[in-house]
Design a protein around this ligand. Structure first.
Ligand code: SAH
Length: 218
């Protein structure tokens, strides 16, 4: 996409993302093409490509660009997949996923954020994203199974419903932990059950809902 931020977006990709080891060409291309500044509040547009998360209202944040790229790369998308995102927020991560997979379902608990994201994604011409409002800690069973599930809020423990909604060889990328320490985990459904790997320490806002954090605990 051509816009006045094209150059600064290229710098974001080379300095923050490729330099830290994200090297999948399709992921880098998606990060180069999606106009991240459109997903942040207008007063924050000048920071849109900086190396940190940005508040998007209602106590929520759009993740740091590197974390978006890393989580996306961990799903190893080839183009034909159906993917589920939990925590639509600004809609930016959904746009990146929609550039790399066939279909994206994204679930957000806060209607106002979902509606704002929907509007921007439509303006940008994305037509393969299905927006849902509800408790994503239970996944989105109606459209299951998914080749990939990406959770953009920290869960207290792995929600079983999300594992259940993975297809064969499907991957779940999810931060697990509390306010003080979280680990980004990848789970893959294999014939014998599930493989799991810890990737890096991360800092996300809490996943709420039935299998998430409850008021008072975080
Ligand atoms: N992926 C987003 C980042 C969102 S921050 C982006 O690219 O901008 C995490 C989001 O998860 C918040 O918007 C929060 O409201 C949402 N959330 C928290 N718990 C949830 C739940 N149980 N179901 C759906 N969304 C949830």
């Amino acid at each position: 996409m051509k816009d006045e931020f094209e150059h600064i977006r290229e710098l974001m990709v080379s300095n923050q993302i490729a330099r830290r080891g994200v090297d999948a060409p399709r992921v880098l291309e998606a990060m180069r093409s999606v106009p991240r500044h459109r997903f942040v509040p207008s007063e924050s547009q000048n920071y849109a490509y900086d190396d940190f998360p940005i508040p998007i209202g209602q106590g929520q944040t759009i993740s740091q660009p590197y974390i978006v790229a890393l989580m996306t790369q961990l799903l190893q998308l080839e183009g034909d997949e159906k993917v589920l995102e939990i925590g639509t927020g600004s809609g930016y991560q959904a746009a990146i996923l929609a550039s790399l997979a066939k279909t994206v379902h994204t679930v957000e608990m806060l209607p106002e954020l979902s509606e704002r994201a929907d509007k921007i994604l439509a303006e940008l011409g994305f037509s393969n994203i299905h927006m849902h409002i509800g408790d994503g800690s239970l996944g989105w069973p109606k459209a299951a199974p998914y080749h990939g599930i990406l959770v953009t809020a920290a869960a207290p423990k792995l929600p079983q419903a999300l594992l259940d909604q993975l297809s064969e060889n499907g991957k779940l990328v999810i931060p697990v932990g509390d306010r003080g320490s979280q680990v980004l985990q990848v789970w893959e459904r294999v014939q014998a059950g599930f493989n799991h790997e810890d990737i890096i320490p991360v800092a996300f806002v809490p996943l709420r809902g039935e299998s998430g954090w409850h008021d008072g605990d975080w």
